[in-house]
Design a protein around this ligand. Structure first.
Ligand code: GLU
Length: 390
């Protein structure tokens, strides 16, 4: 059967592919350390699981409003006021199947053929694919390691054309862990207003900041009407498998996204919505402190090996510079990542997956024991002595 041109051109998600590869090896009994997917290794907190059980026992197992149960949407509006100073009405919120579906529906609702969307690289793997799947054209603007991967607003300005509709930003950032400073948001807001663009602000790592503060560009003057905030529970509350995210944006856009949702999936799993409602009241500090310890451990280990990196301020990734290890043996980050898996039994994601060559991404959403093991193996690998797995 012929597959449509738009889908044919889409490559599989590299984060998920690398993760799958590692999981298959682990299942086959191979001792691999998994630093691939950005997925907290903690269990979902018990209170949240209990909320789901209570919902099922109470018969809350039917369809809901396609935008989500009103209690959850109201809870999200309270969170947005308390944490971000953003005032939304519950009709401006749509609960989605993770942030991924929020983004897809936003692009579907806003892009016409060949509209351009600016992405800052390195960037998360699915933005580009989702824009293409919706007929848009991603335009890549590189952030520089020398500037801690904070995007250069003048480079963004230069990339704007008559066809530019939107800019996607993501702070704390995947894969670099950078938390953008307030000055960046102010400057970007000016550019968006001047050029009549809207901003898609992916804030899913908001609750995982170890240095600096989260700031939503939607709270800049005149930006709320031209920003759509996306966020979710996967990373903050170890709820990746529950698939609950949301968007908050101008009413017209929220209504359009809800209309798409009507036809696409009716609503997010009802039970998971009740779990997310409870998650709004669950503090994630203990996970955050665990990530902070792991970040320190991995930073020390990488430094000892002599690997270079910009210290991440948030999320749970290191974006490590491996340019000095590329050459005749491993030509690019993909070959190096495959060799790391094969020879050192450490699973990472190549920078090329994030449209940024010369780097690898290590997720420290892994136990301290695994992090130490990975460091030991990488030390041997990078010192040029082939590690022989037993
Ligand atoms: N967002 C996570 C990551 O970057 C999970 C996998 C995915 O959805 O890409 O690893």
């Amino acid at each position: 059967m012929d597959i449509s041109r738009s889908v044919h051109a889409i490559r599989p998600s590299q984060t998920l592919q690398f993760n799958k590869k590692v999981l298959e090896l682990i299942k086959a009994g191979v001792d691999v350390v998994k630093l691939t997917a950005g997925e907290p290794d903690f269990n979902t907190p018990e209170e949240i699981v209990n909320a789901a059980i209570e919902a099922m026992n109470a018969g809350r197992t039917k369809y809901t409003d396609s935008s989500g149960i009103v209690e959850l949407r109201e809870g999200i509006t309270r969170k947005l006021i308390e944490d971000n100073g953003l005032k939304y009405d519950s009709q401006d919120i749509v609960v989605t199947n993770g942030v991924k579906q929020a983004l897809y529906s936003i692009f579907k609702a806003t892009l016409n053929d060949n509209d351009q969307v600016i992405l800052i690289t390195p960037c998360w793997v699915s933005y580009e694919a989702q824009i293409r799947m919706n007929g848009g054209e991603p335009v890549l603007v590189q952030a520089q390691d020398g500037n801690r991967f904070v995007p250069d607003v003048s480079a963004i300005r230069q990339a704007i054309t008559q066809k530019t509709r939107a800019i996607v930003i993501n702070s704390p950032n995947n894969p670099t862990g950078t938390v953008y400073p307030h000055s960046f948001f102010k400057e970007l807001a000016e550019v968006a207003i001047e050029n009549d663009l809207f901003v898609v602000s992916d804030e899913v790592y908001e609750r995982l900041i170890f240095e600096g503060h989260h700031h939503s560009i939607a709270s800049e003057p005149f930006m709320k009407d031209r920003t759509v905030v996306v966020n979710g529970f996967s990373k903050s509350h170890a709820m990746t498998g529950w698939r609950v995210g949301y968007m908050a944006g101008p009413t017209q856009l929220s209504k359009a996204v809800a209309r798409i949702q009507d036809h696409l999936c009716s609503n997010v799993n009802t039970i998971a919505q009740y779990a997310a409602l409870r998650a709004l009241t669950v503090n994630n500090d203990s996970m955050k402190y665990a990530f902070m310890r792991r970040r320190q451990l991995l930073a020390e280990g990488l430094s000892e090996i002599g690997l270079e990196f910009t210290m991440p301020e948030g999320a749970f990734y290191f974006f490590v510079d491996v340019r000095s290890f590329l050459g005749s043996e491993y030509k690019n980050s993909l070959e190096l990542s495959l060799a790391l898996l094969e020879k050192a039994r450490v699973g990472v994601v190549p920078g090329s997956a994030f449209n940024y060559e010369g780097y690898i991404r290590l997720s420290y959403a892994a136990s301290e024991e695994d992090i130490l093991k990975a460091v030991q193996r990488m030390r041997i690998f990078f010192m040029g002595m082939a590690y022989r797995p037993s």
